[in-house]
Design a protein around this ligand. Sequence first.
Ligand code: ARG
Ligand code: MN
Ligand code: MN
Ligand code: MN
Length: 306
Amino acid sequence: MDITLIGVPLEEGAGRGGCAMGPAAFRLAGIRKALEELGFTVTDRGDLRPEPASDLSDRPEAKNLPVVAGFVRSLEDSMYQAARNGGIPIALGGDHSLSMGSVSGMARYAAEVDRPLFVLWLDAHADFNTPETSPSGNIHGMPVAFFSGKAELGTILPTDRPLVSPSNVFQVGIRSVDEIERKLIAENGVNVFDMRAIDEFGLAAIMRQVIQKVTEANGLLHVSLDVDFLDPDIAPGVGTTVPGGATFREAHLIMEMLHDTGLVTSLDLVELNPFLDDRGRSARIMVELTASLFGRRVLDRPTRSA
Ligand code: ARG
Ligand code: MN
Ligand code: MN
Ligand code: MN
């Protein structure tokens, strides 16, 4: 099996700079080698360098839309092409607005092979704002609304693009939702497992539900992993830390359970801000989790602390 790495040095969707250094940090943390050691053939496509979209304009409700849209268009196509060539694309972010492109590209592929696309959204945030509801105007808070067809952001992608039904979106780890956003996720039927659900039922029970849904539907599964899903104590390298996040063990359990199913066909690693990180710790944890997702066992983890 082939894995394609796609660097997405995008930070304009976030409220502060730094995520554009994410792809470099993931490479430095050894993402390629970790995957090759698991037996994958890895192709690194390098970083996308799109021109800003000149047909869209910047506005306070959707900051830096032309830059974000340029990346979204380019990544949508790169993900689609990589999947179509039989590989597993991994988007190395970059802020979370890139998922507008990665998920839309996989939705195009899923439509082509006539299978439903499911999204597992591992995040402290629901990222279901629209330009009208966003308190910040930061587009990284809007990708889920966008790929579900609920956020009006102009014609970033063709109007007939395949959408992802909100009922095919599973959000796990949620602990920071804005007021209107809360109504939107409920109205649209997003499956939300917040931190309280994790504490009450445990991650294994939640993951079994998700896995069962995707398996029954013969779906493709895209995983979008935001660094802030993790507790800031283990992953400080992110601009939007929220206390009470997933532990190292919980996060690995998700990845191991997913690996056993073989359902995952694409992945985003997003919101890593190396400028805020502590000597590469967050980058390394994200790489370790990726390795777990693709078959490495916790017990096989190298003991050196690089
Ligand atoms: N809900 C807040 C907003 O819309 C924060 C979003 C944070 N999103 C993220 N991908 N870190 O601005
Ligand atoms: Mn770079
Ligand atoms: Mn996010
Ligand atoms: Mn987040």
